[in-house]
Design a protein around this ligand. Sequence first.
Ligand SMILES: [Mg+2]
Length: 228
Amino acid sequence: MSDYFLFDLDNTLYPRDCGLFDRVDALINDYLETVVGIPPERVDYLRRDYFARYGTTLSGLMRHHGVEPDHYLDYVHAVPVAEIIPPDPVINEALAALPGRKYIFSNASRRHCERVLAHLGIATHFEEIFDIIHFDYRPKPEPGVYRQVIGRVGGAGCKGVMVDDLVANLRPARAAGLKTILVDPAAGAAAGGRVNGDRNAPPVDAVAVSVHEVGGIVSRWRPRGWRF
Ligand SMILES: [Mg+2]
């Protein structure tokens, strides 16, 4: 088995500042207010609370409000992806240069992932999409879903790398023995791809300004026994 990469999708494969996720975020608020009927002044608090307790707003809505997950996912991802995400002329090359199997590991729905991948023209790089539906709506960072993904795509002697824009989502991957790359424009620019011993540094193996830097980062691990 060759080595592999688990890629988050939103704010990882396209830049956070394009605003797509802000649009999804606004639709989540809208859903809580208009569909679930939560008073506007409670929406922010509830979202923070559910996110902290369960990993996603959806998990809290399912547990406490009987929300039907597919309805919610279709509603909040109804954004004009092609109008919002800028074209990325080099992402294809950046992904092609990574010598390992690639998978999407996302808390969004498969439909949303497919739309974004099609727009960027990169769907063929990925062997499989592990979306939130795949794990019965259990989200990252629940350790159980990492065990399932790794059990499915990992194998004796093969190594994995996870790439995500949230430290919280990388923590269980690191605990499971994967190398972790945080995509964060601000932290990446400050760190130049490396994580120093600074106690304020994020608890990951490397930080990148964008997904384009992943190839350069993994090539630096090669001399330390990594086959990439
Ligand atoms: Mg993300």
